[in-house]
Ligand binder design. Structure first.
Ligand code: NCD
Ligand code: ZN
Length: 375
């Protein structure tokens, strides 16, 4: 047994499903799954029911999170076709603005160039007075995060360049996309990007094998696309899971929704890649701790670490999962690296498979929890 102490991870892309989808997940179950995976900070997406699209709804979500979360939580505000006037008061309470421009689960979708343009412009104008968020300026605005596949990617790159708004491209999947982002970075565009463990470790042959349990947006890609992500490892700023749980019943139903859970399997998968010599531990810490904290301006909680047994090998099974939906697309996979203990702000919150934290001991970030709901 070889115990390695590491900083707690950040998962900058999760869907904890509250409010609106309690059968899939809530802040209690989702943040417990995070601790099980060595993750101490999650950034939660706005495609809930209702969507997180105004400061009132952000404050309401923050209260729900504050009452249940066992790790720290940042909240995205989402762009909708009707909230252009209502979303801005939430800007500095959110970790960033999420814009869905490609097809996926939930009702949030922006498809007009005019609206896209106006969201980028309003974000840039607001940031002109506050600045963009960084560790030095925690009160500024976060990046605009986009779910942009295919031809929507150059649209987002152009707008972020024109307005000099930091753009974070979530779950990059294809060779064409990572190559374009590489080029944009070479030219000094203010762009960062993330890849998910499922796009790094699974491909379209797994999608055929897994059926609905291997269906998510973007879909699993070709082996060549997966190779392209690994070839462009230096272009990928961070790894985040897009933890998107759906129940067995939904996945086995007539119209299975896209999305797979992942917050608790990211670190074992990456540590296995370290064991195989595909990555170094320093690269994992850069992609899962340092870069997300830098990009979203998240201070590291003091006295926070995880202890990992990097020699432990075991098979990932549905029954081990802490997510409410109780399954993983990585079921049956042999991994090496087990999270033994998680300490958050000096308090052991997870040890040997047991949750020790009290509900609400996690913190809601960026003052969202203190935000007052307008009458
Ligand atoms: C996500 C979900 O279920 O919320 N699904 C997915 O396939 N990734 C939505 C999203 O992130 O696109
Ligand atoms: Zn997502």
């Amino acid at each position: 047994m070889a115990i390695v102490r590491m900083p707690g991870l950040v998962d900058a892309h999760v869907h904890l499903r509250e409010p609106g989808y309690p059968a899939k997940e809530d802040f209690g179950s989702g943040t417990a799954a995070a601790l099980a995976g060595g993750v101490v900070t999650v950034l939660d997406m706005p495609n809930t029911l209702p969507p997180t699209d105004t400061s009132e709804r952000l404050a309401e979500k923050a209260r729900l999170a504050q009452s249940k979360a066992v790790c720290d939580v940042g909240l995205f505000v989402g762009a909708t076709t009707t909230n252009l006037d209502a979303y801005l008061p939430a800007a500095h309470l959110a970790c960033g603005l999420k814009i869905y421009v490609s097809d996926t689960f939930g009702s949030l979708r922006i498809e007009s160039l005019d609206l896209m343009h106006r969201f980028f412009r309003s974000w840039a104008e607001t940031a002109a007075s506050r600045g963009f968020r960084s560790l030095q300026n925690p009160n500024g605005l976060g990046p605009i995060a986009v779910h942009a596949e295919e031809l929507m990617l150059p649209v987002c790159l152009a707008l972020s360049h024109l307005y000099q708004v930091p753009l974070h491209v979530v779950h990059v999947t294809r060779r064409s996309e990572i190559a374009l982002i590489a080029k944009a970075k070479e030219r000094g565009y203010p762009v960062t990007c993330e890849a998910t463990p499922h796009h790094l470790f699974l491909d379209e042959s797994d999608a055929r094998r897994l059926g609905p349990y291997g269906d998510m947006r973007p879909r699993l890609a070709t082996a060549d696309d997966v190779a392209a992500l690994w070839e462009h490892w230096e272009v990928i700023d961070l790894v985040a899971t897009d933890h998107a749980p759906h129940t067995h019943a939904e996945k086995q139903g007539p119209t299975p929704p896209p999305g797979v859970p992942g917050v608790e399997t990211m670190l074992p998968l990456l540590l296995t890649a370290v064991h195989e010599g595909r990555l170094t531990l320093e690269q994992v810490i850069e992609r899962c701790v340092t870069a997300p904290r830098r990009i979203y301006g998240l201070a590291e909680p003091p006295q926070t670490w995880i202890d990992v047994d990097v020699d432990a090998d075991y098979v990932l099974e549905d029954g081990q999962m802490r997510t409410r939906v109780g399954w993983t697309p990585f079921r049956g996979r042999l991994v090496r690296g087990r999270i033994v203990e998680v300490v958050l702000r000096g308090v052991p919150v997870w040890r040997e498979g047991t949750l020790l934290a009290q509900p609400g001991s996690g913190r809601v970030l960026f003052g969202a929890a203190e935000a007052v709901v307008a009458p």
